[in-house]
Design a protein around this ligand. Sequence first.
Ligand SMILES: Cc1cc2nc3c(=O)[nH]c(=O)nc-3n(C[C@H](O)[C@H](O)[C@H](O)COP(=O)(O)OP(=O)(O)OC[C@H]3O[C@@H](n4cnc5c(N)ncnc54)[C@H](O)[C@@H]3O)c2cc1C
Length: 525
Amino acid sequence: MSAPVDPRYPQTRDALEAWRASTRENYYLADPLLDRALRRCVDAAALERARPGLVEFGRVCAEELDTPIRETNRDEHLPTLRRFDDFGRRIDTVDFHPAYLDIGRRVYATPVIQGYAAPGQERVQLAYAYLLAHHGEGGHLCPLACTSGLVKILQARADEALKARLLPGLLHADRVAPEHLHGAQFLTEIQGGSDVGANALRARREGETWRLDGEKWFCSVIDADLYLVTARPEGAPEGTAGLGAFVVPRVRPDGALNGVHVRRLKYKLGTRSMASAETDFIDAFAWAVGPVEGGFKAVVDIVLNTSRVYNAVAATGMMRRAELEATAYAQHRTAFGRPIAAFADVRQTLAGLRSRRERAFAGTWALIALQDRLTLGVASPAERDVFRLVVNMNKYATSRAATDQAREAIEVLGGNGAIEEFSVLPRLLRDCIVVEAWEGTHNVLCAQVLRDLHKLRLHAPFLDHLGRWAKAGLGVSEETVEALSNDVRALLTADADTQTLGMRPLVDRMMAAWQEGALAEILAG
Ligand SMILES: Cc1cc2nc3c(=O)[nH]c(=O)nc-3n(C[C@H](O)[C@H](O)[C@H](O)COP(=O)(O)OP(=O)(O)OC[C@H]3O[C@@H](n4cnc5c(N)ncnc54)[C@H](O)[C@@H]3O)c2cc1C
């Protein structure tokens, strides 16, 4: 309802109120592409069972989460570190605004994490994450991604005793129940995030378990119960080959606080409602996740790839929200006597926002469908190779696109677009920039793609995949596939610097073709 008009200021706020009200439509019901994508890749009976939950969560996200999430991101409500209790005993605990815990309770009550009890259904689980990502919400999406990666690596590698000890708590639906557990993952050290092979954190065997000593520089979700940590066992070789994967509990099995000492919480650009710390490990108790040999490979294949998919889901959810806010604003805001949507150049920007979001969404959902096929053990070797290539290219492409999307949506709102109280967009922009750095920077991912093309010839199955779309008349043309094929071959024989510099523009074109094919496939479905 509009506030009464003060006769001294006759300009009403009706248009702004109407704009905001129009952005509150159920995020699931307002997104036919999401429903179509799910219809394509989830069988009809399973989708019928899943839909009521998705519709309800779409409503909650659209109608109820805006204000609490905004509150948890305000300077005065950010998490704070409490190192000692009243009597000077070390507790290293993080205090959150009550709304943060309440949002977490709602999120963990959905199947987003519980769904991992029956692996291979991430298409539905990640639809929940996508709806939540309309708020940015790294505050909860990052813990979800970390917990998912931890569940999966335990399911794949841990011995039965460790699984029995940790998985029930990780899959528990009640965020505030004492038995509930959630995860974090710490790879990055001060001397290098991309260069994980330079990790110096040491692991020392003590009977059946391990002790860790050293530091980690970026530790998001430091409030978690379980930290997945990369560390180098004594005597292990240099580089990534010598790294093992360990789970460090916040509280040791004997009930004592573990040797994980939080130095400080970082004051961040984005994902601010979540606690990211700098941390010392001092004789910290740990379990190895499976054999320490091959630990890092498992972290990449399972944990990082899971996070890269989550990262893309977060990027596409933020893109959708940016598009929704800007499109509705352009219909309600007038300038020079017309709604700004009547200006051709504003309409062009809006069309660009929609098209960028649809392509990023479709490309990501095609990847998620592949991931489920891999998990279920029904993917072909060629599909496995396509996943390996696209998971890196897609993380790069969606995270870059999301920042462009947030910036262009802000432009549609003009000066109001820069104001934190006015809309979600400034926070989305800040979260998008963090999402660009997470889980591999652009250069590092493109360098990995280049190595995979050389070593594993992954372009062959990828181009075949595109070729099948082209033959079926789905989005991408046969000429595009042929041009990509020629250009990949040419790049791989160029000198080293030309390859490095040429890889990113080529990845852009490969991803454009992937997204066109994936979108056409959903629309044809
Ligand atoms: C808010 C936030 C939370 C985070 N939380 C976590 C966490 O919980 N756990 C965790 O492990 N990490 C976390 N990170 C760290 C993040 O994963 C790293 O920042 C990221 O991997 C990049 O590493 P770096 O910062 O050390 O950058 P660097 O590796 O130092 O890179 C700096 C620049 O150099 C470029 N570069 C590096 N190597 C190459 C190369 N070979 N070729 C070309 N260019 C190169 C990079 O692209 C980048 O532009 C977090 C980061 C942020 C911002």
